[in-house]
Write a new protein. Structure first.
Length: 213
């Protein structure tokens, strides 16, 4: 082909044809990217972190203490716990060296659910004596007695869930009544000494500073 003819053919290319090809290429890339994003979104609910990562969450706790009382009773029952060598932990002192009070349930007051429940979690399992008390702070219904269920769970292996080790129930019959539900010893291996379990009373409840004045 003569050079002059070839030059004429090149000069005669329609620039619109080049733009159309570029548009198609961009559309294909965009569709592929959208398909990849959609695939990732569909896979997310089926992806779970390793069990060890889930169990390392400090909120899961090593020693877990939970109390519950009937939903129909508008009462403020307080959980108090004490770890070895630590101060009592409850509504007026919500954190110690080992225990933290997760929730201070006030009964029906400022409560979005009907459940009456308080929980405390420990960080670590120091050897020594643990104490679990319940205290009747307020009862608006006048229903007596108020049955309170108590559950203590223990977890020493981060790859496993906490195991219930003690269950109990106490009936509170008046405002400001405090009862020791459990006293128990956990040994250096992180195991509960069932022979140490008792209900010998020890006061843990500490009123807030405003009430101590």
């Amino acid at each position: 082909m003569p050079l002059s003819s070839w030059a004429k053919n090149v000069q005669g290319l329609d620039p619109l044809d080049e733009d159309a090809g570029g548009t198609v290429f961009r559309d294909v890339i965009l569709l592929a990217l959208m398909g990849f994003v959609a695939l990732v979104i569909l896979m997310l609910p089926h992806v779970h972190p390793p069990l060890s990562k889930q169990s390392d969450d400090p909120l899961l706790g090593n020693v877990v203490v939970e109390i519950r009382w009937p939903e129909e009773i508008d009462a403020d029952v307080d959980l108090w716990v004490q770890a070895p060598g630590d101060n009592p932990v409850g509504f007026s002192n919500r954190g110690g060296l080992y225990f933290d009070l997760l929730r201070d349930d006030l009964g029906a007051f400022q409560d979005v659910t009907s459940a009456n429940q308080e929980m405390a979690y420990s960080r670590g399992v120091p050897a020594g004596e643990y104490i679990v008390n319940v205290h009747m702070y307020r009862n608006e219904t006048g229903i007596w007695p108020v049955p309170v269920s108590v559950l203590v769970s223990l977890k020493t292996d981060v790859t496993k869930a906490a195991t219930p080790v003690l269950r109990g129930k106490v009936e509170l019959v008046r405002v400001d009544e405090e009862e020791t539900v459990f006293r128990f010893i956990i040994d250096r291996d992180g195991k509960l000494d069932y022979g140490s379990v008792s209900h010998i009373y020890k006061k843990l409840h500490q009123p807030p500073a405003s009430e101590r004045l």
